[in-house]
Design a protein around this ligand. Structure first.
Ligand code: UD1
Length: 416
């Protein structure tokens, strides 16, 4: 099993390019199922989750050619609209095949995602939305079985903001008969990026980025070329690492405009953050100050940055209250951070972080993707060596993390 070895205490400094967004690339790859014509997607990050999505599409019969960050997909012949448990269980986002398959083929069999490390995470809103569009949905032996002759446009109001739910229904609605209105839709930039790709394919979508999205269904979609937006969570993670180590880091190809909530908090912590063209530079000269926050759907503070900010607060001056409102059970990084000397208490859905002057290296275990990122940040600050186990979680969402942090001066290596 691979581990990361990090010798902390070096302020990060230098320049790094932000990779394409995982959470935009996954739905955009799934969107290739909506058309019989070839698609070309560029700026696709090299990540395990992307490999899983490609494996899922290939398993259905989609022809995929990948060359570094470009992926060509041809779903002209799909043998079986089927997403098996073995693949879905490794990546919940496989559920994104459900909407496109049902819309284009009138049939889909997609495994229920099953248990997940960061809470319950049901998919009831995906299912109810498809039912509202006229699909018949049955749960059989752990599989969602959806069928419909042609989906019909509908008004769908979701009682919780769901990102992949919005994306699944938006994709399905593109090929439905008539107009669909999605109310209380997710406003995340990744939803907007997917909509941009769908519009390039000939979809008629309005209101993306707001909480009401209107889709006028069309008979068929064509192939298109699309470049995936940069990853705002990866960018935020690098910035938090730069702030925690009191570094000076410039991110190029940065997703300006989609990072406001994170940048506001970094400034509150004492960082100087400036945008320069499509680059962001962060400089932190002193010990960070504690910053309290509450996660919320976009444009609020992203839950996917919560763990990294607990790591930042762990070495800050003062006490921070970090409240998680999106997922229950998303504080599993806390007990690992404690092993490095962090002083954190959990009260309900709030982590109370009392900043300490120094952390000390130890062996820790990654429990999920963003939890791993918080351990990396803490390790970059800690004195001595930290060994992080189970880094396959990290490889799901961060491209060549050790090489890119090493480029910023970190003493980091992947060891077997
Ligand atoms: C997406 C992101 C993930 C991020 C999350 C919240 C992708 C591939 N993943 O996950 O990185 O952490 O958004 O920003 O884009 N819910 C329901 N019923 C449903 C669906 C969701 O109750 O049918 C609830 C969930 O349990 C959760 C909340 O809605 O409490 C938000 O979840 P959701 O936005 O759906 O998360 P994902 O789309 O899975």
């Amino acid at each position: 099993m691979q581990r990361l070895s990090i010798h902390g205490g070096v302020p990060l400094s230098g320049e790094v390019r932000v990779a394409g967004a995982k959470n935009a690339a996954l739905p955009i790859l799934a969107a290739a199922l909506l058309t019989p014509e070839p698609m070309r997607i560029t700026n696709v990050p090299e990540l395990n989750d992307v490999r899983t999505m490609i494996a899922l599409l290939e398993r259905m019969g989609v022809a995929v050619r990948r060359e570094a960050h470009a992926v060509e997909l041809d779903a002209g012949r799909v043998a079986e609209p089927f997403a098996p448990y073995e693949l879905v269980k490794t990546m919940r986002a496989s559920i994104l095949a459900l909407g496109p398959l049902t819309a284009r083929f009138g049939e889909a069999r997609v495994s229920l995602p099953g248990g997940c490390a960061i809470g319950e995470r049901p998919v009831d809103l995906h299912i109810r939305g498809l039912e509202a569009m006229g699909a018949k949905v049955a749960i059989e032996s752990g599989y969602i079985h959806a069928s419909a002759s042609r989906l019909k446009g509908a008004r769908i109001s979701m009682n919780t903001v769901t990102v992949t739910g919005t994306e699944n229904l938006m994709m399905a609605a593109c090929l439905a008969d008539g107009r669909t209105v999605l109310e209380n839709a997710a406003r995340e930039p990744e939803v907007v990026d997917l909509a941009r790709c769908l519009v390039a394919m000939g979809a008629r979508i309005r209101g993306q980025g707001g909480d009401v999205i209107e889709i006028e269904g069309v008979e068929r979609l064509s192939g298109a070329e699309h470049s995936v937006m940069p990853d705002r969570i990866e960018a935020g993670t690098f910035l938090a690492a730069a702030a925690a180590t009191r570094g000076d880091v410039t991110l190029t190809h940065a997703p300006l405009g989609s990072l406001d909530a994170v940048v506001d908090k970094l400034r509150e912590a004492g960082a100087r953050v400036e945008a320069q063209g499509d680059a962001i530079r962060l400089r932190m000269g002193e010990r960070p100050k504690a910053v309290s926050l509450r996660t919320a759907p976009y444009p609020g503070f992203p839950t996917d940055m919560q763990a990294q900010f607990i790591a930042l607060n762990a070495v800050a001056e003062g006490t921070a209250f970090v409240t998680e409102t999106i997922f229950e059970n998303r504080f599993m990084h806390v007990q690992e951070l404690r092993r490095l000397g962090a002083h954190v208490e959990i009260e309900g859905n709030t982590a109370v972080v009392h900043g300490v002057e120094r952390l000390a290296g130890a062996t820790v275990m990654a429990t999920d993707l963003r939890a791993s990122a918080s351990l990396v940040i803490a390790a970059l600050v800690a004195e001595g060596e930290t060994l992080i186990d189970r880094i396959y979680h990290l490889d799901r969402g961060y491209e060549h993390i050790e090489a890119r942090l090493a480029q910023l001066g970190a003493r980091i290596a992947r060891v077997s």
